[in-house]
Design a protein around this ligand. Sequence first.
Ligand code: BGC
Length: 774
Amino acid sequence: MKMINILKYYSVLVLAILMAACQADKNSTEWVSYSGDKTIEARVDSVLRLMTLEEKIGQMNQYSGNFATTGALSDNQSGEYLKRGMIGSTFNVFGAEHVRMLQEQNLKHSRLKIPMLFAADVIHGLETTFPIPMAEACSWDLDLMEQTARAAAEEATASGVAWNFAPMVDISRDPRWGRVMEGAGEDVYLASEVAKARVKGFQGISHYSDLSKANTMMACAKHFVAYGAAQAGRDYHTVDLSDHSLYQTYLPPFKATVDAGVASFMTAFNDLNGVPCTANEYLFKDILREQWNFGGMVVTDYTAIMELVEHGVAKNLKDGAKQSLDAGIDMDMISEAFVTHLKELVEEGEISEDQIDVAVSRILEMKFLLGLFDDPYRYCDPEREKKVVMKPEYVELAHEAAKGSVVLLKNKNNTLPLQKNVSKKVALVGPFIKERESLNGEWAIKGNRDKSVTLYEGLTEKYKGSAVKLTYAKGTDLPLIDRATMKESVINIPDENGFAEAVGIAGSSDVILVAMGEHYHWSGEAACRTDIRLPGNQRALLKALKKTGKPIILVLFNGRPLDLSWEAQHVDAIVEAWYPGLMSGHAVADIIAGDYNPSARLVMSFPRNVGQIPVFYNAKNTGRPFDAKHPSDYKSSYIDVDNSPLYPFGYGLSYTSYAYSEVHLSASEMAMNGKVTVSLNVTNTGDMAGEEVVQLYIRDKVASISRPVKELKAFQKIALKKGETKQLSFTIDKEMLAFYNSDLQWVSEPGQFDIWVGSSSADESNHLVLDLLE
Ligand code: BGC
């Protein structure tokens, strides 16, 4: 059965169960009014006092109202529990009418008329699909990311959704892992800034306590924590990490979401140093609640309590329920562990009702803050839905975001752009020229895949009536995967039958534009790869095209950094488009034609081959660093490949060029509580307006523990007209130079720091030294 049919099947099935459950009427009680000018605490308390233990536990129970996409089904007694008013939250039900219908049914059965909270994975847009999050992060444009998150929130809240399972803020340094596409890449500072922007955008307020404002939703920081550090890049795999790495690298983006007022957290599937995150008191009690003072709510990931048994830490589901509650978890997604076992555990004295009260209070607080007690149908206005969903401003924003996310990796001899007024015959080749369904990526669960603009459509519209003439041959297909069985059944293994036609049209053209990549099921959750080259026979097709001697432009659509070692050497231009979403074809066509000057920069390094992984710019120096200028034996290096990645973090080309003036430091020494300013001029020295991402990196030369060779500490994205110069300045203070020492204390230690300001993590042309005094 095709994926889409499976989804539809489950969708209908689960809704049918819920509907059937609702036929049985129950003695309904009158509405209880919880409004008034009381504080939220008093209002929460007024409800809590009326609740039976069972009703409280019901609030901690969450179902998917849609389908079982990302894991096993629990017993799924949702119909039963609905009849007893024991579902606190449902996710992935969309549409004002749909949500209204389920809410009505819930209220009919909930003795105390407690509204249900509707959640969803609105990862990069609801119906207006923006680029996948990693692509959008490559724009380094925080305002843009906040805007797309806000647009997603407007659409989602108009479609019944009040709680978003996003942003995903996991640091990822391993492109084998399919979920790198959901985050903001390898860097702590950038990922933290992006995390804040996304929380601000989704919630639209500065703290969750203001959730009562109209059209606002709860955001959810996920997956707490270190999910991206899974062994060998395999999803759900174990994580063994020093506390130091946890504090220095993996926690900061989550802390940033707390600072940005995020309303909820989701647990991670993985175990961390032997303790699965979903049962990890250290994470949720010591760090999240005590150190960070987080007052919002915590939900498990999908069936994560059930999985405690497989992890080998819980004897059974009941034991798992106890362990997760003890760890400070408030809501159980899918496992039916809380709803089945908490009552018994209270009766046996294994847990206390107070623990349950704490969790339920947090859940009720959110429902009050969202205004659901005042109006449970607040998010169910079909008129608003019609006006808001896919409104022209959002579609335009999707176009802007898609253009801003495309990274130009190579452009030998200015192969690009292909200007409209320059006469050229262009052969369009490859499985992604007309591919439509993959353009939204794996996580756009509500984005209509039929609506995304293909590259073919974008290019034909762009070059209509121009001097550029297009011909097309697919050449080969994309290999597909049956997600139900994954690796056992790679289906549709492409053959070479189309090569001859592709080579034929290429031979009679001036330039070949090839569009290749990964089908969207090849990245995302549970889509990890050990070979991250272009799948199938796409490289073979490139090799065949290369023989024509014509220049090749390669446009890539994929969800992870790929091994492009052969392509980087043999093709003339490489455009990394990722999955750009709804406006894919138009955005990429703008870049190809030079109507938009590429301005995105990588947020994850591209390895030279899979054996280099993990390769990231902010690594340690080692005691035997390799020095290319003075190579010698017994240094930290490989025999067969350089240490550096193929394309480093922060890298990306433009159609224009930028000149950096010498960098000036206001003082070469800085007192502990002082500040210094780094200033420089950047000039657009090329022929076209453009945007440059100016990046500031530091290195702590000597510290009490070894420090990375470089760390991004600030950046500015600036627009420069042709010939224009702008003066920029960055302020450095001791916070910027601080780190976690071996006692996990956040310290600034005196000493020397290297400072670089440049166009990527590999740009060392502008170097200064700063002395931080005692
Ligand atoms: C994913 C989460 C997602 C949840 C609900 C899980 O499999 O890990 O990121 O929010 O499913 O769809």
